[in-house]
Design a protein around this ligand. Structure first.
Ligand code: AHM
Ligand code: MG
Length: 347
């Protein structure tokens, strides 16, 4: 092993060190963000360990539905959703660095009591794709972070900000490995949990999404309800008119984290469009669409709603949904152009 490789192997770049290095570029930084992130990482480690126990020990059958509990969207929750949510809420509150929390699992936003209040707002989906637990498919946690305007008087308005004002966003994927992908506004980095050290190590520095990809990812079962533009775009993926090869279809489905992770690394497009049944699509703006769109843009990709840049949307409600097309810039540009042409033809 040469000196450079040896130096890299022994220079253990954990997520904590990485974030501290990044924060040290801001002289005004007081270490609050690093503390907050440590608490998010703790939540991710807990969920990872719980998910692994289920995956590995074949104990999934012991995780039945959580009695009468349904989440705010009226869907049945698995026990692990409830547990994960509780772990994240407690970790975030006890960090002393948060003032408002919005979780997919809680109908109302949580306002942290004044004695434990900090200046960060965290929006999160503690366990996205939990319907996949029983079959061992990768699932994940998604989060976004904003700063409150006035720590002494946090209001819901502070949460209803466009995604472009996020300070950081990320996801943690619980699969064959546990991978945390994070952006604090200057690129995207991926960290893999080393179970022997209990630390997330930098394994994917400065992730850039390919400019164009060979994969499209969508629930084609909804095709009969799509608008003409989505139908035309998917038709072009299968029967390209420019002589290029057709794209491959990959859709894990109820695990956005896994579909987005593959899109980020391999390129292509992931979409959850509006359709006649669900005019706003399915995915939640604050803690699904915004964080993933933020990561895509930070990695050199794009995210579009069918009408505008996803990160420009101003949420009106905390659990609002939005259609989204995100991924490689050339691929997103293609569907943007189709929407623009359809709008021009309709005038
Ligand atoms: P959930 O938040 O209820 O788990 O649902 C969100 C998931 C996303 O992870 C995924 O992209 C999408 O739902 C898949 O939906 P569908 O099953 O309609 O294709
Ligand atoms: Mg979800």
């Amino acid at each position: 092993m040469d000196h450079a490789a040896e130096a890299q192997r022994t220079d253990l770049m954990t997520i904590t060190r990485h974030v501290l290095n990044e924060q040290s570029k801001h002289p005004e930084s007081r270490g609050d963000f690093s503390i907050l992130l440590n608490h998010i990482v703790l939540g991710c480690k807990f969920v990872c360990s719980a998910v692994n126990k289920l995956f590995q020990a074949g104990l999934a059958k012991l995780i039945g539905l959580a009695g009468e509990i349904t989440n705010v969207q009226g869907e049945q929750q698995k026990k692990l959703d409830v547990l994960s949510n509780q772990v994240f809420v407690k970790a975030l509150v006890s960090s002393g660095r948060t003032c408002i929390l919005v979780s997919e699992e809680d109908e109302e936003a949580t306002f942290v009591e004044p004695s434990k209040r900090g200046r960060y707002i965290v929006v999160f989906d503690p366990l996205d794709g939990s319907s996949n637990i029983d079959c061992g498919v990768s699932i994940g946690t998604i989060f976004g972070i904003y700063v409150v305007k006035n720590k002494d008087d946090p209001t819901l308005e502070d949460v209803l900000q466009p995604g472009k004002y996020m300070l950081a966003a990320g996801y943690c994927m619980y699969g064959s490995s546990c991978t945390l992908v994070l952006s604090t506004g200057s690129g995207v980095n991926g960290f893999t949990l080393d179970p022997s050290l209990g630390e997330f190590m930098l394994t994917h520095p400065d992730i850039k999404i390919p400019k164009k990809g060979k994969i499209y990812s969508v629930n084609e079962g909804n095709a009969k309800n799509w608008d003409d533009v989505t139908s035309k775009y998917v038709e072009n993926c299968k029967f390209p008119k420019d002589g290029s090869s057709p794209k491959s279809l990959r859709y894990i489905g109820s695990s956005m984290v896994a579909d987005v992770h593959r899109t980020l690394l391999y390129g292509g497009i992931f979409m959850y469009p509006a359709d006649k049944k669900t005019p706003n699509g399915k995915l939640r703006l604050l803690y699904e669409v915004f964080p993933m769109s933020y990561l895509m843009e930070q990695a050199g990709g794009e995210a579009f709603t069918g009408k505008q840049r996803a990160l420009d949307l101003v949420p009106k409600k905390i659990h609002e949904r939005s259609p989204v097309f995100l991924g490689s810039s050339d691929d997103v540009q293609e569907i943007k152009a189709l929407y623009a042409a359809a709008a021009a033809a309709a005038e």
